[in-house]
Ligand binder design. Sequence first.
Ligand SMILES: *[C@@H]1O[C@H](CO)[C@@H](O)[C@H](O)[C@H]1NC(C)=O
Ligand SMILES: *[C@@H]1O[C@H](CO)[C@@H](O)[C@H](O)[C@H]1NC(C)=O
Ligand SMILES: *[C@@H]1O[C@H](CO)[C@@H](O)[C@H](O)[C@H]1NC(C)=O
Ligand SMILES: *[C@@H]1O[C@H](CO)[C@@H](O)[C@H](O)[C@H]1NC(C)=O
Ligand SMILES: [Cu+2]
Length: 624
Amino acid sequence: MARPALLALLTALLVGRATCQMTMTMAEAPPGGAGRTPAPAATAGRRVVCPSLPAPGPSVKRFSLTAAKIQSKTQTLAYNGTAVGPLIRIRLGDEVQIDVTNKDIPEGTSVHWHGQAGPAGTMWYHSHTGEQYGDGLRGPLIVDDPADPHKGLHDTDLDAHVLMLADVYDTTVAQQLKDLESGGMGAMAAAGGLPDAQSMGGVPEQPQGPMGKMQVLCPPEVLNQDLSDSPWYGVQVNGQGWVTDPKTMQRAGQPLVLTVEQGKRHRLRLIGGMSSWALRVGVQGHGLKLIALDGRPVRPADAKSLLLTSGERADVVLHADQPVGNYWMDVSTISGQNSPVIVHYKGAPDPLGDKGFLATARADTGCAVGSPQILDLKNATLRAGPGLPQPPKGANKQFTIYLPDASSTVPPRSFLTHIAKAGNVHGLAPGSIPARGPSCPPAADGQPGKYCWSLNWNVYEPPSTVALLPGAKAAPRTYNLELSEGDVVDLLLINPSLMVHPMHLHGTGFWVLATGNGAAANSTDMLAPGVALNLADPPLRDTVPVPQAVAAPAGGKMGGMAGTTELAPGGFGFAILRFRATNPGVWSFHCHIELHASSGMFMTLTTRPKSNGTWALPDNLLCA
Ligand SMILES: *[C@@H]1O[C@H](CO)[C@@H](O)[C@H](O)[C@H]1NC(C)=O
Ligand SMILES: *[C@@H]1O[C@H](CO)[C@@H](O)[C@H](O)[C@H]1NC(C)=O
Ligand SMILES: *[C@@H]1O[C@H](CO)[C@@H](O)[C@H](O)[C@H]1NC(C)=O
Ligand SMILES: *[C@@H]1O[C@H](CO)[C@@H](O)[C@H](O)[C@H]1NC(C)=O
Ligand SMILES: [Cu+2]
């Protein structure tokens, strides 16, 4: 199977109004995606048809998915007409063909097999076009490993215990983005999303429908960390959950009922399918044992609850060791806005018929930050599980990438001095030290754009191209880093904003060597000496939540959001990643929060094969 480049391209295909076939072999050929919106400019004028793939052999497992418009209160798009796309469950080593049909989505669609460059574990699939996954195009993909080192830690691993978490809205994500681009962050604060300096007094309302309003009183330091730039509406797990219309206070839907058996240890596979909010999961009266992150085993860690951001997956063991009954599983924001799930022991009364039980409506785990035993997945105390490879001891390429809100965050002086030499930011001339980075592109109405996120102040705007072939030119806006096959690469991610950014890399997994807050970089923006790297057993992941920055206490303004506000000394959030560039191709690297990726927090890493001759570019790039 020597066709990695071909497969890398295939998964970037637009699925027009036609069926396109995609083949992948687990643990062999690495599919991935090459960009949020594939590059129409690169293929303009070219006649395109589906590439001809080898006919599937008898051992190939075949699945099909149909992406289409639907009309429900919380969703405009769906795979196969269901709130969450059907579970695709295969075994490590399987060869798989998945036929994807676009029934009626006029702008086209695409599919990204999130985390899938070979490994077993809890993965998912979702659209990578525009803001479609937040509107409903997402589903679970599980790759079972018969030799899973943590098999002995659980008694069941049921399809019904694969849980796709999704924040849902009564507006499309594209509409949310439009509102932000013309109104700025304040627009969402008014809608109950992002707190700002005015609304941050700290009392979000938890509407409870028939039971009246319930207020969640959380201290400001909790609310300050619960930033989302989407308005809160509700959460669904596998397409079910209570959502309360903030205008009418009417509650609709019902919680998912998760059935467990007393005495059994159940493996739950949690998928962070949210487009914006981070969610905390914890079960009343029960502990959770984390055993895998992003599909890969981690050293088991016990927790009362854990926090999941967009794109991440966490496998946990729920030991049903309590009296037979019904229990709440909170699925809540940090500040306590909750759309809970019911954990129902076999033999207990029907929970949906039990008014007294329903009225309690939560596991009551309160405000999260500061709660003991909350397992924060961005906490670098996590360790890899058995059987995973160790990282190389050193890297031959290092890149520093800032994660700023480009509408207002002024680059640190050290960064500007550095890029003045390196000249690696589009729009900034090398040799001169600019006063600030480039700002947002204009909003749709032509007015100055008030909202955009960037990587090193590069605001990604599709369409984009990367020069794949010798002599071809990259489009000016594409922020791309060049790698060669075999490179060992360090990415030092520095977060000067007050939001966590879950950064996701396509095409390969990476080791998380360190995360935290502090001065990770010295004045040349290279890794500062003294930051402790875990080279022994760092977790191997495909998504990393980069901790938010800490604002200076004085002034009351939010650093990184309000523009010129200083951060606390050493207040940057940081994460240090290492990976081997063994998979030639053009790979996306982006924040998984959809509003952030779509507004510019998106770039590419191009791994060139050792010899240019091995690029396997097909003649026909797109399905007609
Ligand atoms: C999706 O729906 C089609 C049409 O009903 C069906 O044939 C297919 O099996 C479904 N896909 C999955 C993965 O269940
Ligand atoms: C990380 O975990 C350690 C050990 O549980 C804890 O002391 C520390 O406060 C945590 N840090 C964060 C940022 O959650
Ligand atoms: C491959 O192509 C790139 C881009 O033109 C060029 O810089 C590089 O030297 C080539 N490498 C080899 C091994 O020919
Ligand atoms: C910053 O760190 C890099 C890498 O460790 C080192 O080469 C450089 O000399 C350091 N610069 C300063 C000013 O400390
Ligand atoms: Cu982000």
